[in-house]
Design a protein around this ligand. Sequence first.
Ligand code: CDP
Length: 793
Amino acid sequence: MSLDELKIGGMGASRRRVEDNRFIRGKGNYVDDIVLPGMLHMEILRSPVAHARIKSIDTSAAWDMPGVRLVLTGEMMAARNLAWMPTLSYDTQAVLATDKVRFQGQEVAAVIADDPYIAKDACAKIVVDYEILPVIVNPVQAAAPDAVLIRDDKEGQKDNKVFDWEIGDKAKTDKAFEEADVISKLELHYPRTHPSPIECCGSLADFDRATNKLTVYMTSQAPHIVRAAVALVAELPEQNIRIVSPDIGGGFGNKVPVYPGYVISILASILTERPVKWIEDKTGNLISTGFGRDVYLKGEMAMRKDGKILAFRMNTISDHGAFFADAQPSKFKIGLMHSTFAAYDIPNAHLFATGYYTNKAPGGVAYRCSFRVTEAMFFQERMVQAAADDCGIDQAEFRRINFVKDDQFPHRTAFGFLTDSGQYGKCLDIGLEAIGYKNFAAEKAEAAKRGRLLGIGISTMTEPLGAGNSREYDILGIKMFDSAELRVHMTGKAILRTGAKTQGQGHETTWAQIVAHELGIPADDIIVEEGDTDTAPFGMGTYASRSTPVAGAAVAMVARKIRAKARKIAAHLLEVSEEDIEWELGRFYVRSNHDRGVTIQECAMAAYSNMPDGMEPGLENNAYYDPPNLTWPFACYIAKVEIDPETGVWDVLQFVAVDDCGVRINPMIVEGQIMGGLTEAYAMANMQYQTYDEDGNCIGSNYMDFLLPTAWETPGYELYEVVTPCPHHPIGAKGVGECATVAGPAAFVNAVVNAVSHTGVRNIDMPLMPNRVYEALTTGKDVYGMPPVRSGN
Ligand code: CDP
C-alpha cells in the first residue's frame, strides 16, 4: 500500500506550522530571552545631530557611576584597530565615531554596566562637544559643486559620489528611440522605508578566555557570513567562533548586515571577560539600521503605434546614507535593478545608475526583495501604465501585447537575464476575470454618479529569486550556494540542518515536508534545526527569498542521497540486485512482486544493525547546492480603489492576487507569505516612509511617525494561483517570500493614478497620503516627493 503524501505532511500539504507551538505559548527563544551567568548589559550613545566634527568626548561622569564596568569610545576601538569595519559593499563604516558623526543616530560611545538601566543613565552622562557641519539629505544636495564632503575619511574621495554603473547597449537603444512612433516618459521617487521587524537587533557576546572561544547569540539572518567576518576582522580563529541565531522576530533584510552594536558587544566581552548583552531599542533600530529603497528613477519607453515596446532607457540615482553598506552581490552596484521589464519582450535597453553619500543612516538592504528588485518592478509597472495611456491602448491589452509568450522560453532579457518559464497571459487573465475587469467602466460610471472616483491598477511581473548561481553571485567574495545535512536515526526519525535561517517563514515546517516527499518519512518525525554555526553546514543565510530555491533544493538533494544508500540496503534485505528494486513513497519493493518490500524505516534500522558487508554504517549525508539559474516566479496583482475627491481619502474595494511560485510545498504558508507581503506593499503605498528635515533629523524614528498598518485598515485579499514548475529546481519550486512586496505597491499606486488620470496627473509619489491625492486632484499636477520637503526643491 503506498502512502498518502498529504497524510504524512509531504509536498502540497497545508501542514500547520510546527514552530507556532512554541510561539503562541510565549515559549520562543529570542536573544533577549537568553541569560548567562555574570552577564553585563550594554547601551549605545547615539549622535543627536546628522553631521558634526567631534571636538571632544568626556566620559568621566559615566565611569564614576556605580555599576558601570566599561565605557567605550571610538578612540579605544581605534587602539584595537576596530574603529572602522568593512561593509557588505566593500566600503568602510564607523563602529564608534572617531573624527565626525555622519548621520543622526550614529554610534558614538557605549557603556557596559550591571543592568541596562544603569548603562542607559550612564550614557546620558557622557558629554560630547560637536562642531556642527552643513547637512546633506538628498542626492541633489550631495551632487552640488559646493557640497560639503561627507566621507573625508576616505583617501582620494573628492566628492559625495559612491559609484557610477551602467548596463545595456546605449547605441542600439538610442537608435530604437529614433525609430519610435510614441515615446513615453516617467520620473518618480521610491521613498526611503524601513523593514521594521518587531524584534529589534541585538547580541549577547560571550568570550571565554580559558578556552579562547567566542560565542555570540545574535539576530542574524546569515550567521555563517558573520562568523567569517568576525574571523577576518577580529582575527580570531574561525573554529573558536560560534554564532547562534536563535528565534528571530522578523528580519525582512534588516538583519543581514553586521551592525556596530554586534562588534562593540564582542569587544566588550573580550575586555570584561563577562558575557555582554546589547538589545537595541525601537528608535535605535529605525534610525540607524538598514533601510530600504530611497531611489530616484527616471525613464523613457519607445513604442510602435500598435503598442509594441521597442526599447527603454532608465536612470537611477540612489541615496546610500553615510556609508555604502548595501547588502548585495559585489558585481552589481545597484543590485538587480536590471531585472526590470523581464516579463516583457523588449529587445533594447540601457540603464545608468549613480549612487551618493548623504547624512542619513547607511545600509540599503534588500527589504523583502532580491537586491533592489522592488524598485525595478515598481518603476516597470508605473512606466507600463503611463506608456499604455500614451499609446491609447487598454492597460491589460498593452501588457498582453508585450509579454514574453509561453513558447518563447527560455528568454534572454536585454540585460542578459535568462527567464526559463512563465505563463504571464494566463496569470493576467485569471486576475482580470476575478476583479471583473469587463464591468469596470460601468462600475466607474455608477460611482461617478455618487461623486466618487474609481480606479483600477494592474501590476504584473516576473522577478529573479534565489541567488546564486555561484558564478555570478557572491557576498563579500563568498559564493552564493547553500547546504543541507540529514541524519536518519535507527528508528527512522530524522534531524535536518540547513545553512538557511528562518525568521518567521516556517522552515521548520516546510523543510520537513520536502524530506517527507523524497523519503516518505512523516514530516512529524523530522526535526529541523538552523542558525547555529557549530552544528549547521555552511550557508549564506535567508534573504532575497533564496531559501526555497537554494537551501530547499539542497534538502531535496540530500534526501535523494539518503534514498540512494537506502536502496542498496533494501536490495540486501530483499536479497535481490539493486536493479530489480522499485521505489514508491516510503518503500522499496521488488519489481516483479509489489508485495515484497521494505519501508524506509526498516532500511534505517538495517543501516545501524544489518548493513551489507563492506557498507559504511549509518544513514546520513550532506549536500551543497549551487543552482544553475535563478528561479523566476511571477504574479499579477490588481487593485480596485475608490477615492473621495473632497478629502483625497482612498479605499481598496477589491484586491486580487494571482501568484505562480512553481510547485507549492505548503499552500497555507505560501498564502501567508503573499498576504504579509501585500500588507507591506499597502503600507508603503499608503502611509509609510522615512524622511528627513533640513537638519537631518529622521522623521520616522517611532511608530507615531512611521506607520504600521493594523488589521483595521489592511484590505482583504483574494488569492489565486498558477503553477508553472521551475524547470531546474529539483522539486519544481520557486521562491515566493517577497513577490507581493515587490509587485504590490505598483498595483495600489496605479489604481489611484488611474482614478485621477482625467486631470492629466501621471504620477503621485508614495506614500499616497490623502493630502497628496487631494493636491494632485485639485492642481492636476504630478506630486513629487523628496526630503526635506516633498516638492519644489
Ligand atoms: O528565503 P525565504 O524563506 O524568505 O523565502 P522563500 O524561499 O520564498 O520561502 C518562504 C516560505 O514559503 C518557506 O517556508 C517556504 O518553504 C515556503 N514556500 C513554499 O511552501 N512553496 C514554494 N514554492 C515556495 C516557498
